[in-house]
Design a protein. Structure first.
Length: 457
């Protein structure tokens, strides 16, 4: 028997996986505005928040001081199953575009949820279990968050009740079955199972639902059932904290090869993947150690950063959640029915909203046909069929790379490829059949939603 020498380490102890999450709020001069009690308009206390959220997560939500928060070993063990996620140089895309730009993407789609959402789902399920809870409730739109949470709950043996936006429930039966495979119960929202659902159905019979409605229902069920708490897949500070694992790994990998990005691009729905991807880079920027262009990309049919206002607003349609100060289109805003590209939440993470308001990052909006063109271009050369959400970032990465072609600049572009699009083939089909159009809300429409924002003095 020959003695084979293995020239590499089989067990990666020293990879780029972080042992702590990074909390960008610690380095922000202007902290994100606090959540307000919807009744009194006073900042939510930890006690009030703990009626809805798990205690450890409340502590993370309110923590504007600690820059690093240790990732519990149990969560790191789970992360090890699919992390570090690949940071890929898009050589084939560069070649196809004939650009001098260097393009990298951080791919978060290599788990069953098909997106980055598992990074926070596993953390939230862990803290729920640690608190001795029976289960958690949540909403899901396209289904990635519901899937991620179902996976995390089954891992920690927790009950998982998902309210799924009714149109998605009907259009995406496979997503629903994935969640049920992991043991979750899935209810189409709005439903007759909650008071707020009944009210919404009375006011809008036949509605296909919205994220805002589903959030209200999930919160109601969590508050009414002992041993349950509500968990949310984006927008909240705690979710951005968990997602910092994306940025920390990206930075560690780039640092290993001495690569300094010129710009970092990510799609923005509620802001969690982008917030996570940029966090260590933004930290350097905030501390004056480095500078980067940071670009949020949103759909022109749901343009919270580029056409919303920075104001306190409800996070949900039923107005049961705390108020958050954020770039918002108004809590009643629902993108036009033809919108197939995801990223349909009316508001934006308070952390990113503050950073954007302080001029520390940029935002652009892109129409969905241009997004699907970029998706297809990417799929054909890079071997990954991207989620429509992620393809917003691809669109702008390609646009920036093409600008480099004109100027001859060798810029380094990093973008977040948040997930795969296998469950989005109805949207791809619409695009291929020429049935997709770019409905963009008018100023009048947006003004009507804005007029309904709560008045906070
Ligand atoms: C949920 C989701 C998004 C948008 O959510 P953020 O909180 O803005 O990151 C983007 N891409 C994919 C694949 C998603 O599932």
């Amino acid at each position: 028997m020959s003695e084979q020498k293995i020239p590499y380490k089989i067990y990666l102890e020293e990879n780029e996986m972080p042992k702590a999450w990074y909390n960008v709020r610690a380095d922000m001069k202007n902290k994100p505005a606090p959540l307000l009690n919807p009744g009194t308009h006073q900042p939510m206390t930890a006690g009030e928040l703990e009626a809805v959220f798990c205690s450890d997560l409340v502590a993370q939500e309110l923590d504007n001081e600690n820059a690093y928060i240790e990732i519990p070993q149990e969560i790191r063990d789970f992360y090890k199953m699919y992390r570090p996620s690949p940071l890929v140089r898009a050589y084939c895309l560069e070649k196809k575009l004939d650009t001098p730009a260097k393009i990298y993407y951080k791919f978060e789609g290599n788990n069953t949820s098909g997106s980055h959402k598992l990074n926070s789902a596993i953390a939230q399920a862990y803290y729920a279990k640690k608190q001795g809870l029976k289960g958690v409730t949540t909403e899901t739109g396209a289904g990635q968050w519901g899937t991620a949470l179902s996976m995390a709950c089954s891992y920690f043996d927790l009950d998982c009740k998902v309210f799924m936006v009714k149109v998605s429930y009907e259009q995406k039966p496979f997503r629903r079955e994935v969640m049920r495979t992991y043991g979750a119960s899935v209810t189409p929202s709005p439903s007759e199972t909650t008071e707020v659902g009944k009210k919404i159905l009375e006011a809008h019979p036949g509605t296909g639902g919205s994220l805002g409605c589903a959030i209200s229902e999930a919160v109601e069920v969590a508050v009414k059932n002992p041993g349950y708490r509500y968990v949310l897949g984006s927008v909240l500070n705690q979710v951005l904290l968990h997602q910092s694992v994306i940025g920390l790994e990206t930075k560690a990998a780039l640092d290993k090869y001495n690569i300094k990005p010129d710009m970092i691009i990510g799609c923005a729905g509620g802001g969690s993947n982008l917030g996570g991807l940029i966090s260590p880079f933004m930290g350097e920027k905030l501390r004056g150690e480095a500078d980067y262009r940071i670009i949020a990309v949103e759909p022109s049919s749901c343009p919270s950063f580029t056409r919303g206002v920075y104001a306190y607003d409800f996070c949900d349609t039923g107005m049961v959640c705390p108020l958050a100060k954020m770039y918002t289109l108004g809590s009643d805003f629902i993108p036009a029915p033809n919108h197939a590209g995801g990223l349909r939440y009316h508001g934006m993470s308070p952390v990113l909203s503050q950073l954007y308001d302080d001029g520390l990052m940029e935002a652009v909006s892109v129409p969905q046909t241009a997004v699907f063109e970029a998706a297809e271009q990417f799929a054909r050369v890079e071997g990954i069929l991207p989620a429509p959400e992620s393809s917003h970032a691809i669109r702008v990465a390609i646009d920036e790379a093409m600008k480099c072609k004109e100027t001859g600049e060798e810029k380094t572009i990093v973008f977040g490829l948040t997930g795969t699009g296998y469950f989005d083939m109805v949207a791809y089909e619409k695009f291929h059949d020429g049935k997709m159009d770019d409905y963009i809300p008018t100023d009048e429409e947006l003004a009507a939603y804005r007029a309904k924002l709560p008045v906070i003095d």
